[in-house]
Write a protein that binds this ligand. Structure first.
Ligand code: FMN
Length: 193
């Protein structure tokens, strides 16, 4: 079997984050073909274009890790109907200097989690707007706006509802197929890195 390395980016730094619980649940529900790893973003200094010529080591390390994967799974909360700053900062860091973006051609998928009624729809679609510009082929279907109300996870962080687990398995299988379909451009990037 050919394994695909996937970076999982979680847009919340909170210890009890619903989105981090979701990331861990998705890792356990994913098909064997995906080798998923959460890549942390909280340590990244804020993007500043003045530093493009002498980037902080944390930026370099982050870009290298993104360049080395076959795809990216974005799992994001919604902050004020958009993407949390920590995730937007990481996207900006990975995108520069101009012409040297780590994101280009990496197949991606977006899943949003919120206790709110619309499951982070606003953040999910704001993020997709950036991914269009960054030339990240983003999986269209199934869409995933997850409303994680009280009782969604049990004390072990597992998803309590069978039908939701089945949906998320389907989501991850579709993502695996998506990554294979769009893998060639991402592979060129990792070879060049
Ligand atoms: C600064 C801030 C803004 C928020 N804005 C929204 C919002 O626009 N829509 C929404 O559904 N929830 C919003 N929330 C609530 C979050 O969805 C909720 O705190 C969620 O648990 C955050 O994800 P996490 O559990 O992964 O940290 C906001 C929370 C914060 C802290």
């Amino acid at each position: 079997m050919t394994y695909k390395k996937i970076a999982v980016l979680v847009g919340s730094l909170r210890k009890e984050s619903l989105n981090r619980k979701m990331a861990n649940a998705l890792i356990s529900l994913a098909p064997e073909s995906l080798d998923l790893e959460i890549i942390e973003m909280g340590q990244l200094p804020l993007y500043n274009q003045d530093l493009d010529d002498h980037p902080p080591q944390a930026w370099v390390d982050f870009k290298n890790r993104i360049q080395g994967v076959d795809g990216v799974l974005f799992i994001t909360p919604e902050y004020n109907r958009s993407v949390p700053g920590v995730l937007k900062n990481a996207i900006d860091v990975g995108s520069r200097p101009y012409g040297e973006s780590a994101w280009e051609g990496k197949p991606g998928a977006v899943l949003s989690v919120s206790p709110g009624a619309v499951g982070g729809f606003g953040a999910n679609h704001h993020l997709r707007q950036s991914l269009v510009f960054l030339d990240v082929p983003c999986m269209q279907q199934p869409e995933a706006y997850i409303r994680a109300a009280e009782g969604f996870f049990n004390a072990q962080g597992e998803i309590t509802k069978d039908s939701t687990r089945e949906f998320l398995k389907k989501f991850m299988m579709s993502f695996s197929n998506w990554v294979v379909k769009h893998a060639s451009k991402a592979a060129q990037q990792s070879e060049a890195a």
